[in-house]
Design a protein around this ligand. Structure first.
Ligand code: ATP
Ligand code: MG
Length: 442
């Protein structure tokens, strides 16, 4: 077994060796390489102290931001490579930050402070693989296992709870029994973790291929930082459209939806307003009038609390609010929706509606054909470069001002009327025709 190192990483390791220090790549890059995946970045662990690392690479551009934790970043061939001195974490008293970081000369000590066996494998071209905690065997078994005693490790740093779930989701691994048990037991420790760190792990977890399994098995963990999901658990919909309770349905929609952050968040929250809007009719059938609006309100609250960025919040909330709207395969209407949601937005809305429909009772999956027809028409509109927004209309505000239409509100109104006529197919998107029509509207 070997790891193919980029030239600059190999050079850095060799330079440290020549200066008499130990050095290896470690962590995600080794794990991903062994799994045949392409690593995002390369981390190096070394016996050299930060000042010694700086000496070895004195002729390179160096970034010192992580130096307190023993990390020196060297820019080699334009690429930043993090070099971290072997360290042991001191006491943890608040379930997150070690009180001190101590450097050590032994690799084993450095590896034993790492979170999971699969993240503690090292490699160098000279020595090959060093695997002191059975990481390779766990990769082969597709297993996330804590190094050491899981309860202790989660008590030291509770973010590891969410990291375990993230690796299981992204790599499609199972979580080893004792590790899993400790995750459930210690889940409340996540309350001590900064919300930004939780969000970062949670977002990665959501786009993993194994997300469904994790949401099912560890819903109690997610409810620690999103308690609003709890009413969905086991909530019987009592409606013939549905064969699953609200949470199981939600999980399936997440699994079925496109693997991007906004789509997955929208899928997770699309029905969160259902329990609050539930009502039974005289036949004992459940209805959820206004649930999309309620879901949107709750989703916005949660996403703000999780410090999600504004663009994502707005995209997710639009998807949630409109997930139940009828989208029909009619060209003028689809152009209007394209204008309103943008191409990506509309495609994601259709994707969400498909994911939703696929998670409903089989006899109600007829909407899938309609959605596919919509997508075909959208493809045509885009391929033909047809106009669907003011941006692509063949006249602009200045053209209308030249006709003597007063600037401001009136111009906006005329532009929108022109666009509307184009979308309805009454007018070509062609300058002369549009100007002539605008004259009449004047
Ligand atoms: P990826 O970069 O793909 O997200 P990674 O495993 O490289 O995954 P990083 O967050 O980049 O994860 O961390 C690098 C390495 O540092 C990990 O592989 C692990 O060995 C160690 N590590 C990171 N966070 C922790 C933690 N909270 N507790 C213990 N070890 C950690
Ligand atoms: Mg990494």
């Amino acid at each position: 077994m070997t790891v193919k190192l980029p030239d600059n990483v190999d050079m850095i390791i060799k330079a440290l060796h020549s200066a008499g220090y130990e050095a290896y790549v470690v962590g995600g890059c080794t794990r991903d390489s062994i799994m045949g995946l392409k690593p995002d970045d390369w981390d190096i662990t070394t016996s050299a102290l930060p000042r010694q690392v700086k000496e070895v690479f004195s002729s390179y551009h160096i970034i010192e931001t992580g130096i307190k934790h023993g990390t020196v970043t060297v820019i080699a061939d334009g690429m930043p490579v993090e070099i971290t001195t072997y360290r042991i974490d001191g006491e943890y008293t608040d379930n997150r930050h070690p009180n001190e970081v101590r450097f050590t000369r032994t690799l084993r000590e450095d590896l034993s402070r790492r979170d999971f066996t699969i993240n503690a494998i090292c490699f160098s071209s000279e020595e090959g693989i060093t695997d002191k905690f059975g990481g390779i065997s766990d990769i082969q078994k597709k297993c996330v296992r804590c190094i050491g005693e899981p309860s202790e490790r989660f008590n030291e740093d509770a973010l590891r709870i969410l990291r375990a779930l993230r690796f299981a989701s992204v790599l499609e691994f199972e979580i080893e029994e004792k590790t899993a048990e400790a995750i459930h037991i210690h889940r409340a420790l996540l309350k001590n973790i900064a919300v930004e760190r939780i969000s970062a792990e949670f977002n990665k977890l959501l786009v993993g291929n194994g997300v469904g399994d994790i949401l099912r098995k560890y819903r109690d963990v997610f409810a620690v930082f999103i308690p609003e999901i709890e009413p969905m658990f086991d909530f019987d919909q009592r409606n013939y459209h549905h064969y699953l309770d609200v949470w199981e349905h939600t999980v399936k929609v997440v699994e079925n939806s496109d693997a991007n952050k906004s789509s997955r968040l929208a899928a997770l929250f699309h029905d969160i307003g259902k329990p609050a809007t539930f009502a039974l009719d005289e036949n004992g059938v459940g209805h959820f009038k206004g649930h999309a609006k309620q879901s949107e309100i709750t989703a916005r609250k949660i996403l703000n609390r999780l410090r999600c960025d504004g663009a994502t919040i707005s995209e997710v909330c639009t998807l949630v609010l409109h997930h139940d709207d009828d989208i029909t395969p009619r060209r003028p209407l689809l152009k209007r929706w394209l204008g309103r949601y943008g191409e990506t937005g509309l495609r994601r809305l259709i994707d969400l509606k498909r994911a939703d429909n696929l998670a409903q009772s089989e006899e109600w999956r007829d909407r899938l054909t309609t959605l596919a027809e919509c997508e075909k028409i959208i493809d045509e509109i885009i391929a033909e470069g047809e106009c669907f927004s003011l941006k692509t209309l063949a006249v602009n505000g200045r053209d209308l001002m030249a006709l003597g239409i007063p600037s401001g509100e009136r111009i906006g109104k005329v532009l929108n009327e022109l666009l509307s006529a184009v979308l309805d197919g009454k007018l070509e998107n062609e300058k002369d025709a549009l100007l002539k029509y605008a004259e009449k509207l004047k």
